[in-house]
Design a protein around this ligand. Sequence first.
Ligand SMILES: [Zn+2]
Length: 121
Amino acid sequence: MRCEQGYLCDVCGGDVEHIWESDLYLRYVIGQVDPETLHTTRERHIRCNPTLAQFIVDPDFEAVLVEGTFDKRQLDERYVREHERLITRGWRRLKELAHLEGVSLLDYPLPEVCQRMRDHS
Ligand SMILES: [Zn+2]
C-alpha cells in the first residue's frame, strides 16, 4: 500500500520508513484522519509532532517531551490520561499492523473507530 519510495516527512524531510513512525497513520487509527483524506494529508514522523508523540507511553517508545503551552504536564490530568490511553493504543496498533498481512485499510483503526466509521457510512 505504501509506495516503494516511502513518504517524506513534512517537518524534517527524512523518509518515514515504517508505519509505526507515521504520524499520519497514527492519527488515522485513532480516528483523527478520515480514510478519504489519508492520501492527500501530508506525512510526518510521529517524533516530529511532539504535541501528539508525548502521549505515547510505552517501554518501546522513547518518551517525547514538549516545552511550553502544550506540555502535557501543564494540561488537565484527566485529559492527559485519556489521551495517553488512546494514543498509546493507537501506536501499539501500528506496531501490530506492521506484522499483519492482508489487512484492509478500513480495518486499520482501533475497533471503536472502525465501528464509528461503519455507523457513519
Ligand atoms: Zn521527521
